[in-house]
Design a protein around this ligand. Structure first.
Ligand code: IPT
Length: 960
């Protein structure tokens, strides 16, 4: 007796499918007719693969009572079922190739007419699906035309013989789970549906089938060679180059090369008897030479990101404008490379990469990460039964994308262990396309690959690899190195980017890296603002590990992106106050697209600015450029130069004046704020001590007010709401300070008052700050003075006992009744921490308290401004000696720490007594670095904040 119906056997079949046409090159349009079948489709959801028969596919079926969904789209984001997020665990029993009986299945139905003029007698037609997750069976006009797997890959079916002028019925049954799901265990939401375009293509007699554009560039002669191999003979023309040749025939002419920095494309046409296909040809040659990845004879440095496709409402169903936004944002942030983690993207994205200029590692739709839990037993990539599916995936990627100049490397997939199937994929790809390199990070010995690639290797290891001291197989030792993933951008961070870039730029063998990752996959949600793993009641999930991007879900840049932009800027400025050394750090382009500016600041305020004449240096060159005579400064104070490189004219990706690089050079340094104690404390009868403008509680020594401004709870503070990087990844064996800080009670420090001494010219409050249960603490002395109108505070901290962990922060915090506008002189405009402050520019800045917050999806420490000389808010001006880290928020660090989503944070109110306040301010002498331990190395030693004797001062004044 059988419990499983054979009608759905294909779901658990390891084969790639049946009925589809062989894969071929994709082109966005031609003069052949086409019909988009995107739009509203009828939809019915069933709980199992075989709950419904195939009657719905018959013409005449009445689907009037069905729901509707948008195609492209995911039904779980349109009110049917729910998304599931797991990092690498399969959300079903690992029993390959079997999948659960509970297998959400979506029947999709669409009736369409052919457009006027579509000639059914001329040739045939092809039905193309650009992406369906995870397995589909297709009927046209009641005829079963096949089924397929390979979610982020195209599948085409010949359907000409089935078409009618009107009333065509297209039925698609989509199963959430299939054998293919075992090959698609990427760290992302599981989102079933027809999520990319569905198109009907007329194929007139004699129209184009597959074709391969070979367009190489010889950097020695400056000539390009074009040869278009085509399954259907025809002619190839490129007007701008006077080319008109037969397919298959090579032609060599002088050309401008294509690079990511100079994305020169030539418009051409491939004309066969039945079709004219527009071509966009980029001449470039990719080679492994002298142990390096070279394009057009020059080694390239990848300043890359890993890009998953994401939209906060539409999931992986991206429209062209969203894709363009990604590319524009990348270009504007100096990014030059994308790894399409972990599947081939929507094909239009690659057209944009060709056009705007980005190097692409195109990655196959393959990941079997969950098998790691069983020591990789039964891994499909090491089981011959699955090899046809793997080869099918490789071919569908390579054939679809082979005509893109931006694609320079093919990647076999991600986190799939090792096995014969991967070797076969690599062999097939090498055989099909000798003009590109093959990548796979899991191939640690580089048996099958052309690039040594790793993920999350720490700075020291990358340096060892750069020096060639990492050993490895003989083959690996001769290969270039990239980090296909590094600097995990989860929450606040990643830290240590500048340090990585220094290593990347120091060793030829290191050819750069790709940040993990581009965008937070938060789902827009009424309850939480943005939802992450677990918010849909998943039984297994990995929480906010899916929110680890350089841009927020709405594509607003996070501070991490701003930092990355600075660290990878294409021009370097080094200066001594009289001249600047300008270096063109690009690989190909000269500096002619850029204009240069200087400005001079006194006390952070620009007093004069002008143009800087910089020669159009070739890639790699530097020159020394003299700065003008410093303008006469009005009054004394801190002075500095700021120089900028900006776009000289509008480009396709940025407006004239867009800043691509900058540098700052101090001229005269900062002087300590002048402050001389002139009057002593007065103990009044009402339990208060007054000192200049301030009042204190006589018993506790607590500050009550400065002039009319009430101040709450000013005291030493060492706690910060731990960041994802502080907490670290649970699987990591390294020390994770977020956990240790909690163990040692740094989030619940007690303040013991030893003495309140209103003597001489100071009020001295002696305390010991320590957590319950532990013997270590911080002996803390607050020394308050006044110059008559202002209030001075010097905090002295002496560690006591055995401190084995660094401090999250060290400074004071206090509450104010209210504050809105904030002004400061120091680092800005954005957030910075010790190892994320390359992009922090010294100047005068202003903001509101709300805008100081960085909206990390899981709330955590954020928003500090670095190197602050003075800040003004809530009626107070605060000067620091030395400079301090400034933070202000409408909640406490404890509330921030307790929140799971931004919607958990509610602004404080100053009503009542006790610790209530409207705004909480932290003035920090030190902050612990950020690192990227949420998946990678922790904070480098030089950015750790160790407990040690410290002294720091502030001057507070009431301002009107
Ligand atoms: C690495 C994965 O390749 C990537 O998909 C993502 O999960 C990333 O980690 C973390 O966000 S695998 C890593 C755990 C070694």
């Amino acid at each position: 007796m059988s419990f499983r119906t054979s009608a759905t056997d294909y779901v658990e079949d390891v084969s790639p499918g049946s009925g589809a046409l062989p894969p071929r090159a994709r082109y966005p349009h031609s003069d052949a007719e086409s019909l988009s079948l995107n739009g509203s489709w009828r939809f019915r959801l069933s709980p199992t693969a075989d709950a419904e028969d195939d009657a719905f596919a018959e013409p005449g079926f009445d689907a009037g009572g069905w729901a509707e969904v948008s195609v492209p789209g995911h039904w779980v984001l349109q009110g049917h079922g729910a998304p599931i997020y797991t990092n690498h665990l399969y959300p079903f029993p690992v029993d390959p190739p079997r999948v659960p009986t509970e297998n959400p299945t979506g029947d999709h139905l669409r009736v369409f007419d052919l457009p006027e003029g579509w000639d059914l007698t001329d040739g045939g037609a092809v039905l193309r699906f650009d992406g369906v997750e995870s397995c589909a069976r297709v009927w046209l006009n009641g005829t079963d035309i096949g089924e397929f797997k390979g979610s982020r890959l195209p599948h085409e079916f010949a359907v000409g013989h089935l078409l009618r002028p009107a009333g065509n019925v297209l039925a698609v049954r989509v199963h959430q789970w299939s054998a293919g799901s075992y090959l698609e265990d990427q760290d992302q939401w599981w989102l079933p549906g027809i999520f990319r375009d569905v198109t009907l293509l007329h194929r007139p007699a004699g129209s184009v089938l597959d074709f391969f554009v070979h367009a190489s560039y010889d950097h020695l002669t400056g000539e390009g060679t074009l040869r278009v191999d085509s399954d259907v003979d025809g002619r190839v023309s490129v007007a701008a180059l006077d080319i008109d040749v037969a397919t298959g025939e090579p032609v060599t002419v002088p050309v401008e090369a294509w690079t990511a920095e100079t994305p020169k494309l030539y418009d051409g046409v491939l004309a066969t008897e039945g079709e004219r296909v527009p071509l966009r040809i980029g001449f470039r040659t990719v080679a492994l030479a002298d142990g390096l990845i070279k394009v057009n004879g020059t080694p390239v440095l990848f300043k890359g990101v890993n890009r998953h496709e994401w939209h906060p409402e539409r999931g992986r169903a991206l429209d062209l404008e969203t894709m363009r936004e990604d590319v524009l944002l990348m270009k504007r942030h100096n990014i030059n490379a994308v790894r399409t983690s972990h599947y081939p993207p929507h094909p239009d994205f690659l057209d944009l990469c060709d056009e705007y200029g980005l190097w692409v590692i195109d990655e196959c739709d393959l990941e079997t990460h969950g098998f790691t839990e069983q020591a990789w037993r039964d891994n499909p990539v090491d089981d011959d039964r699955w090899t046809p599916a793997l080869l099918d995936r490789a071919a569908r990627m390579v054939e679809r994308d082979k005509n893109h100049p931006s694609v320079v490397i093919w990647s076999l997939g991600n986190e799939a262990g090792t096995g014969r199937g991967l070797t076969e994929m690599a062999e097939w790809i090498h055989g099909r396309d000798s003009g590109r390199l093959v990548h796979y990070e899991g191939d640690i010995d580089c048996r099958d690959t052309d690039v040594y690639s790793r993920m999350y290797a720490d700075h020291a290891e990358v340096e060892r690899i750069g020096r060639g001291l990492d050993g490895g197989t003989h083959k690996r030792r001769r290969l270039p190195f990239i980090q296909c993933e590094y600097a995990h951008a989860m929450g606040n961070g990643p830290g240590g980017l500048a340090d990585y870039q220094r290593v990347f730029e120091s060793y030829e063998r290191i050819q750069g890296g790709f940040i993990w990752e581009w965008i937070d996959h938060g789902i827009k949600d009424d309850r939480y603002g943005y939802a992450y793993g677990g918010d849909f009641g998943e039984e297994l999930h990995d929480g906010n590990f899916v929110c680890d991007g350089l841009v927020f879900p709405d594509r607003r840049p996070s501070p991490g992106l701003v930092e990355y932009k600075k660290v990878i800027e294409p021009v370097r400025f080094e200066g001594d106050g009289t001249a600047v050394r300008v270096t063109n750090k690009q690989d190909f382009a000269d500096l002619s697209a850029l204009a240069f500016e200087w400005s001079y600041q006194v006390g952070g305020e620009t007093v004069e600015s002008g143009r800087l004449a910089v020669p159009a240096l070739a890639a790699g060159e530097s020159a020394e450029v003299k700065l003008p005579e410093p303008p006469v400064a009005t009054g004394s104070g801190e002075t500095q130069w700021t120089v900028r490189a900006v776009l000289a004219a509008d480009t396709g990706w940025g407006p004239q004046g867009h800043v691509v690089a900058w540098g700052q050079f101090p001229v005269s340094g900062r002087q300590s704020p002048s402050f001389a104690a002139s009057a002593g404390p007065v103990v009044s009868g009402d339990g208060l001590i007054t000192l200049g403008p301030a009042a204190f509680d006589a018993r506790s020594g607590a500050l009550r007010s400065i002039g009319p401004v009430a101040v709450t709870g000013l005291r030493l503070d060492v706690w910060r709401a731990t960041t994802d990087n502080d907490d670290g990844a649970a699987w990591q064996s390294d020390i994770r300070y977020g956990t240790l800080w909690r163990k040692f009670g740094l989030h619940r420090m007690r303040h013991l008052v030893d003495a309140v001494e209103p003597t001489g010219d100071a009020l001295t409050v002696r305390t010991r700050v320590a957590p319950a249960a532990w013997e270590f603490g911080l002996v803390t002395v607050y020394r308050w003075t006044t110059d008559g109108s202002r209030l001075g505070l010097t905090v002295s901290v002496t560690p006591d006992g055995d401190w084995t962990v660094p401090l999250p922060r060290l400074g004071v915090r206090f509450g104010l009744p209210a504050a809105d506008r904030v002004r400061w002189f120091g680092g800005g405009p954005g957030e910075a921490y010790p190892d994320t402050k390359a992009a922090s520019m010294v100047g005068r800045w202003q903001s509101t308290v709300d805008d100081l917050q960085t909206p990390y999806l899981r709330p955590q420490e954020n928003g500090a401004r670095a190197d602050v000389r003075w800040a003004e808010l809530g009626g107070l001006r605060i000067e620091g000696d030395p400079e301090f880290w400034f933070t202000a928020r409408r909640w406490t660090s404890e509330q921030l720490d307790a929140a799971a989503h931004r919607t958990d944070l509610t602004p404080g109110t100053a009503s009542g007594s006790g610790s209530a306040a409207g705004v909480w301010v932290n003035l920090d002498h030190g902050q612990h670095g950020i690192g990227s331990q949420s998946c990678g190395p922790g904070v480098l030693p030089q950015y750790q904040l160790h407990a040690g004797p410290a002294e720091f001062s502030f001057v507070f004044a009431h301002i009107g």
